[in-house]
Design a protein around this ligand. Structure first.
Ligand SMILES: Cc1ncc(COP(=O)(O)O)c(C=O)c1O
Length: 390
C-alpha cells in the first residue's frame, strides 16, 4: 500500500488543523504539565440519572437486543414530534417527518450522499462545525463557503452569494445557536433564508443542536417555525448538548418528508439503526424534570460570566453569549495567528483554547473557549494566564 492508494475524496479532506495543537498537548502532558483543556465541546456535567437508569432497564430486555428499525422506533420518533410541538409549536408526522440518528453528525455527514452529485455545489458557512464541509467533500461535492463576519452578526450575507452559485447549489447548511461563534439567529433571518431557498431551489439543512443551551431568558427558535420552511428544509438536533449525552449517540432529523426519504435510503444501506435501549433512554430524556436542565444552564451561565469578566479584566475583548457553551473572541494583541496564539498559551500556561482557523479561513484571528470545565479549573486557567502576562 502506498500513500497514493487513498481515494481522491480522502485526499481532498482538508488537513486536521487542530493536529498541531494536539501534538503540543501530548508533549506538555508528557512533560508532566497539568493541562486545562477548554478546547472541546463535550459537556463535563453528567447525564441525568433517570436517563441512565432507563438505559440499564431497557438493555436487560431481550426485545431491545435485536436489530432496531432503520428509521428508529416509532415511540422515539413520536417523542421527538411531541417535543417539537410542545417546544416550538411545530407539527410533525412521526411516521414520515422524523428519522432517528446516531447523533446529528450521522445525518449531517450522510445527507450530501443523497443529494449531491460529483461537482455539485453546497453552501457552507465559514467558520463552522467542520462536518458540513467534510460531508460535502465525501459526496464529491464542492463546498461554496459563506463567510460569517462579525459585522453581519456572524450570519451569511445572502445577497452576496454569487447568482450562479446560488442557482447551482443543492444544499445550504446553517447552524444557530452557532458553533463556534455562539451567535444566535432570529426568525427574520430564517425568513430571508426560506425566500432565498425557494427562489434558488436549495435544500436548507439547519443544525439546531444548541437550541436548549441558552441563558438570560433567551428562547432559540426552530427553523421549521418559519412559514413554508418545511417545503424546502430539514432540521438536525440531538440530545448530546441538552442532556450531556455526547457519548450516547442519539439525535434526529425532522422536516420535509421527501428530503428525509433521501437520507433514509442512504442510512438503510450504511447502518442498522440505533440500539433500542438507547432510544428508550432518549424517550426518558424528554421526561427529565426541567429544573435539572435549568440548573445546568445556570452553571454554564455562571462559568460564562466568570470567564468573560476575568479575561476582560486582563484586557482581552470577550463578549457574553446568550447561547452555547462557547466564548468566541479575537486573539489579543500582538498575536497575528490563532495557531501561534494557542500554541504559546499552551506552552506558557498549559491552557488549551481552540484556534479559530480550525473552523475555517474566516475563523482566523479568533479563538474559541469551551465552558465545559468546573469553575475551579476556569479560575485556575485565568490565574495562569494572568501570571504568564499573556
Ligand atoms: C454545531 C454542531 N452540530 C452537531 C454536532 C454533533 O453533535 P452530535 O452528533 O453529538 O449530535 C456538534 C458537536 O460538537 C456541533 O457542535
Amino acid at each position: 500500500m502506498t500513500s497514493n492508494s487513498y481515494a481522491d475524496r480522502i485526499v481532498e479532506i482538508p488537513p486536521y488543523l487542530f493536529a498541531e495543537v494536539d501534538k503540543e498537548i501530548e508533549r506538555k502532558k508528557a512533560q508532566g504539565t497539568d493541562v486545562i483543556s477548554l478546547g472541546i465541546g463535550d459537556p463535563d456535567l453528567p447525564t441525568p440519572g433517570n436517563i441512565v437508569e432507563k438505559l440499564c432497564e431497557a438493555a436487560r430486555d431481550p426485545i431491545n437486543q435485536k436489530y432496531p428499525s432503520y428509521r428508529g422506533m416509532l415511540e422515539f420518533r413520536t417523542a421527538v414530534a411531541l417535543w417539537y410541538k410542545r417546544r416550538f409549536s411545530v407539527s410533525l408526522n412521526p411516521e414520515g417527518e422524523v428519522i432517528t440518528l446516531m447523533g446529528s453528525k450521522d445525518g449531517i455527514v450522510h445527507l450530501p450522499l443523497a443529494f449531491v452529485n460529483p461537482g455539485d455545489q453546497v453552501l457552507v458557512p465559514d467558520p463552522a462545525y467542520p462536518v458540513y464541509k467534510i460531508g460535502t467533500i465525501l459526496a464529491g461535492g464542492k463546498p461554496a463557503m459563506m463567510p460569517l463576519l462579525e459585522e453581519n452578526g456572524f450570519k451569511p450575507d445572502l445577497t452576496k452569494i454569487d447568482k450562479k452559485t446560488a442557482k447551482k447549489a443543492k444544499l445550504m447548511f446553517l447552524n444557530y445557536p452557532n458553533n463556534p461563534t455562539a451567535e444566535v439567529a432570529g426568525k427574520e433571518f430564517f425568513k430571508e433564508v426560506v425566500d432565498f431557498a425557494e427562489e434558488n431551489q436549495v435544500i436548507v439543512c439547519h443544525d439546531n443542536a444548541y437550541s436548549e443551551v441558552t441563558f438570560d431568558g433567551y428562547n432559540a427558535p426552530s427553523f421549521l417555525e418559519i412559514k413554508n420552511a418545511k417545503d424546502i428544509g430539514i432540521e438536525f438536533h440531538s440530545l448530546s448538548k441538552t442532556y450531556s449525552m455526547t457519548g450516547w449517540r442519539l439525535g434526529w432529523v425532522v422536516g420535509n418528508e421527501e428530503i428525509l426519504n433521501g437520507l433514509g435510503k442512504v442510512k438503510e444501506n450504511v447502518d442498522s439503526g440505533v440500539f433500542q435501549a438507547v432510544q428508550w433512554a432518549g424517550i426518558e430524556a424528554f421526561k427529565t424534570p426541567q429544573d435539572i436542565v435549568k440548573r445546568n444552564m445556570k452553571t454554564l451561565a455562571e462559568r460564562r460570566d466568570l470567564m468573560a469578566d476575568s479575561l476582560n479584566d486582563l484586557g482581552w475583548d470577550v463578549k457574553k453569549p446568550i447561547a452555547t457553551f462557547y466564548l468566541w473572541f479575537k486573539i489579543p494583541e500582538p498575536y497575528k495567528s490563532s495557531i501561534e496564539f494557542s500554541k504559546e498559551l499552551l506552552d506558557k500556561t498549559g491552557v488549551v483554547l481552540t484556534p479559530g482557523i480550525g473552523f475555517g479561513t474566516y475563523g482566523e484571528g479568533y479563538v474559541r473557549c469551551s465552558l465545559t470545565q468546573p469553575k475551579e479549573r476556569l479560575e485556575e486557567a485565568v490565574e495562569r494566564i494572568e501570571r504568564a502576562m499573556i
